[in-house]
Design a protein around this ligand. Structure first.
Ligand code: AMP
Length: 110
């Protein structure tokens, strides 16, 4: 837990947020400023700053995040139409919240 981290506060329930899914390792919630019709964040409970800070022991959480993203896409009915999974890495990569998260984006009408 990092005191001034918004996602740590969400994970701890200090900032009320509706979880679409949660387990002992991660939480899933809608992005507050969606860029796409379906825009969901998959967030590990453990505070990891970015992809740059991953260690060997974090490899399981990354694969779990991707698996949960796939399951969430199914629940949100975007599996067949398609979606993007995105990690922004550091400021130059567009990251503004420095707690690791995976964007699930989809739902475009095509
Ligand atoms: P990134 O640019 O990859 O760091 O993305 C951070 C994302 O977190 C942005 O799309 C924000 O809209 C989203 N965000 C920030 N605060 C909240 C919040 N309290 N609840 C949900 N999403 C948030």
């Amino acid at each position: 837990m990092t005191a001034d981290c918004i996602f740590c506060k969400i994970v701890k329930g200090e900032t009320p947020t509706e979880f679409l899914y949660q387990n002992e390792n991660l939480v899933v919630f809608r992005d507050i400023r969606p860029h796409t019709p379906v825009h969901i964040l998959i967030v590990p409970r453990k505070h990891i700053r970015s992809i740059n800070d991953l260690t060997e022991t974090d490899s399981r959480i990354i694969s779990e995040m991707i698996f949960v993203a796939k399951e969430t896409a199914k629940k949100e009915s975007v599996s067949a139409s398609g979606y993007k999974l995105l990690f922004n890495v550091e400021r130059g990569g567009g990251q503004v919240v420095f707690h690791l998260h995976l964007h699930l984006m989809g739902g475009w009408k095509r």
